[in-house]
Design a protein around this ligand. Structure first.
Ligand SMILES: *Cc1c(COP(=O)(O)O)cnc(C)c1O
Length: 456
């Protein structure tokens, strides 16, 4: 009883005071929040005692799973030794130095420099300023334009949301800021029409070349993209896409920014998504899996060729109080040690991802599912009214949201992006737990199907 009273007390206070990110508060007030109290491994538990398989790894970040005591210990120890010091004004501290070195070791060859931030959004704000400053130092200050993609997610600050391609975000607050161009995304299921996947991939890549020419190659600073779009709906580009983008980039003197905030740290089965697609980035924003979410931290891994120009250019007037925060760095170091020692990226590549791919694809036979796809430990289901024509349900039916709520009822966190259901579980998920995830996803589909049928 007292647990129920406590839950409703917290729900009331939550409604009264807590402004949640990306949340419709009218909706939230009506439904009440679910209060997550604890977690272990791949499971979270709410105040009602329901254990739920976390198919979203928190928010794409708890790569090593919940309940890692060694990260807690590393953090506790660092808190006692040095809870904070800045890294401005010719100072540094051991955890940030060790972490920068470790990241340089893990990153692709020729990327040996790291700028620390507090989040993925801050990383992308840093990217924008760094890229423009780089070209100014190179004597080409007119190279200012960043090309990114529609429906990309690069974060929520002014620069990051502008770099992102989400129209509802742009509509609030007068975004995007000037100097950012958005091109088509390589989303075959959603936008491919009559084209084959590879034709759509080529077409989306060639939109980059067309835009470079329209803007003027001497004005374009960089192209920026996620290897696989995460928040946009786990959009896996057709095989033709990245090779064609590489061909185009090789022809023009512009930088490549690969947003590794989701794809980094093992999600694709490689350490970084750029390695999965054999890309050579000049800058890589990172966050999320960098600490497995145990503490907030982000960064930008910078190629030597860019870092050298910046270093020669005098002071870069940019930095955050918490850049390289010692306690967050200690959490990141222990997280990286776990990823390495337990060979988690290799486990994803050799065991978990192939297993998920075959198990997840079995959902493609469900009458609601127009496509099931996965890459690494990311998956998506496209919910449709008609499988052959890919016709969607009316938006007002909120089919995706309802399917998400049924999934939680069935004991699975699965997220809805419109009517695209997505998953990205902790990388330590076992094959038995993958079976459980897929079984629960099917239950959610069945419950959704049932509800829709009774409404016809
Ligand atoms: C989450 C995300 C970000 C923003 O990171 P925050 O830590 O939420 O600021 C940036 N890029 C991608 C690809 C992301 O998924």
């Amino acid at each position: 009883m007292s647990a129920e009273i406590e839950t409703s007390r917290l729900q009331q206070l939550d409604h009264a005071h807590f402004m949640h990110p990306f949340t419709d508060h009218n909706d939230l007030g009506a439904k009440g929040t679910r209060i997550i109290e604890r977690a272990d491994g791949v499971y979270i538990e709410d105040t009602a005692g329901q254990k739920i398989l976390d198919g979203m790894a928190g928010l794409w970040c708890v790569n090593v799973g919940y309940g890692r005591k060694s990260i807690a210990d590393a953090v506790y120890e660092q808190m006692q030794t040095l809870p904070f010091y800045n890294s401005f004004f010719q100072c540094t501290h051991p955890p940030a130095v060790e972490l920068a070195h470790e990241l340089a070791t893990l990153a692709p060859e020729g990327m040996n420099h790291v700028f620390f931030t507090g989040s993925g959004s801050e990383s992308n704000d840093t990217v924008l300023r760094m890229v423009r400053h780089y070209w100014a130092l190179k004597g080409q200050p007119e190279k200012q334009v960043m090309i990114t993609r529609e429906n990309a997610y690069h974060g929520s600050t002014v620069a990051a949301a502008s770099l992102g391609g989400m129209k509802p975000m742009h509509r609030q607050g007068g975004l995007p800021i000037p100097g950012i161009e958005h091109i088509a995304q390589p989303y075959w299921f959603g936008e491919g029409g009559a084209l084959s996947a590879d034709e759509l991939g080529l077409k989306a890549a060639q939109a980059l070349e067309a835009r470079i020419q329209a803007v003027g190659p001497d004005k374009v600073a960089a192209f920026m993209a996620e290897p696989v779009q995460g928040a946009g709906g786990v959009i896996i580009p057709p095989a033709s896409y990245w090779p064609e983008v590489k061909r185009i980039l090789a022809q023009y003197d512009i930088l490549l920014v690969v947003d590794e905030v989701i794809c980094g740290f093992g999600r694709t089965g490689e350490w970084f998504g750029c390695q999965y697609y054999d890309l050579t980035p000049d800058l890589m924003p990172i966050a999320k899996g960098m600490t497995s979410g145990y503490l907030p931290m982000g960064g930008v891994i910078v190629a030597d060729k860019v870092a050298e120009v910046l270093a020669a250019g005098g002071e870069f007037f940019h930095g955050y109080t918490y850049s390289g925060h010692p306690v967050a760095a200690a959490a990141a170091l222990e997280n990286l040690r776990i990823l390495k020692e337990e060979k988690i990226p290799e486990y994803v590549r050799d065991v978990a991802a192939p297993y998920l791919a075959q198990a997840w694809l079995t959902l493609a036979d469900h009458p609601l599912v127009g496509e099931a796809r996965s890459l690494g430990l990311m998956g998506a289901l496209e919910l449709v009214r008609h499988r052959e024509t890919r016709e969607r349900f009316a938006e007002s039916l909120k089919v995706g949201e309802r399917c998400r709520d049924y999934a939680v009822e069935a004991g699975l966190v699965m997220r809805a992006v419109g009517d695209t259901m997505i998953i990205a579980p902790p990388l330590v998920i076992t094959t038995e737990q993958i079976d459980e995830l897929v079984t629960k996803a099917r239950q959610a589909l069945d419950m959704t199907w049932e509800a829709l049928s009774s409404e016809r």
